[in-house]
Design a protein around this ligand. Structure first.
Ligand code: NAD
Length: 254
């Protein structure tokens, strides 16, 4: 085992208010592709990026129809959490982890057993819908049942407005309360553990800088380079399914 991992594990052992900041890379082992990795959704199909832009979604019925079809086929419906999600649950149970700030919409942290009140879903959830007109929230499974029954672009049942998954697309503002919760979690952590994110999407990525500026130790675990590697006390490139479990001190009798 490398000295790098050993050193990072010591940083984790010495911390008591860890915040994990996770991205799509923590779910690739669960069968959900990331965006920018070698097998990423946008790497394979650049046109798919359009589905993630709020302006195109609002303007084009065709984009919305494609989005609903893509949602039906999303691997997140059947995905199971992996060893990396489980390692964060272990850190919480060891009373070391205050929050998981995630950019993921797949609820795999919840499914792994992280306390729901400690999981902050910065970019929303694919399990709910939100109306772009009146803001009404609904159950995604009900909307998808309508799509399967033939409504290719189901409108809001409250106001007739445009319905969308309750996820943040490019061009769409984050929920201010959710962002506030993430900021205060990050400001009070002693260690920020960034895992599986290219750290290129703002404001999410900026939270790593916020933590570092406030004095937290930063560990970056990601297969490829990130813009925050130079503020990190430790950078680990190994696969998250191995790296995160190796950082849990209890497993090693410490
Ligand atoms: P990203 O695709 O930009 O970055 C993912 C990073 O994870 C890449 O740098 C990649 O090298 C790394 N990675 C992939 N698998 C890994 C592994 N097993 N071990 C270590 N590193 C690994 O994703 P992002 O930073 O989360 O930002 C993109 C946006 O994509 C976010 O806004 C997020 O909401 C959205 N997204 C979410 C999901 C999901 O919910 N699972 C999936 C795709 C995209």
């Amino acid at each position: 085992e490398s000295a790098r991992v050993e050193y990072a594990r010591e940083l984790v052992a010495g911390a008591s208010r860890i915040v994990a900041m996770t991205g799509a890379g923590i779910s690739t082992d669960s069968g959900i592709p990331d965006f920018r990795g070698p097998n990423g959704v946008w790497t394979r199909d650049p046109a798919a990026e359009k589905l993630s832009n709020i302006h195109d979604y609002t303007a084009s019925r065709e984009v919305r129809e494609r989005s609903w079809q893509a949602r039906l086929d999303h691997p997140g419906w059947s995905a199971r959490p992996n060893a990396a999600h489980a390692a964060l649950v272990e850190l919480e149970r060891a009373d070391k982890l205050n929050a998981v700030v995630t950019q993921n919409i797949d609820r795999l942290h919840h499914k792994a057993g992280s306390s729901p009140e400690r999981v902050i879903e910065l970019h929303g959830t694919m399990f709910e819908t939100a109306c772009l007109g009146c803001g009404d929230r609904g159950d995604m499974r009900e909307a998808l049942a309508r799509v399967r029954a033939g409504e290719t672009d189901p409108p809001c049942t409250e106001c007739g407005g445009i319905l969308k998954s309750a996820t943040i697309s490019f061009g769409q503002a984050l929920d201010v309360d959710v962002l506030d919760r993430a900021r205060s979690a990050v400001l009070s952590c002693d260690l920020l553990l960034a895992a599986g994110s290219s750290l290129t999407v703002h404001p999410a990525a900026g939270l790593v800088g916020t933590a570092a500026h406030a004095g937290a130790t930063v560990i970056v675990c990601n297969a490829s380079e990130t813009p925050y590697d130079d503020v990190a006390a430790s950078v680990l490139r190994g696969p998250l399914g191995e790296v995160l479990p190796a950082l849990v001190p209890d497993r090693h009798g410490e």
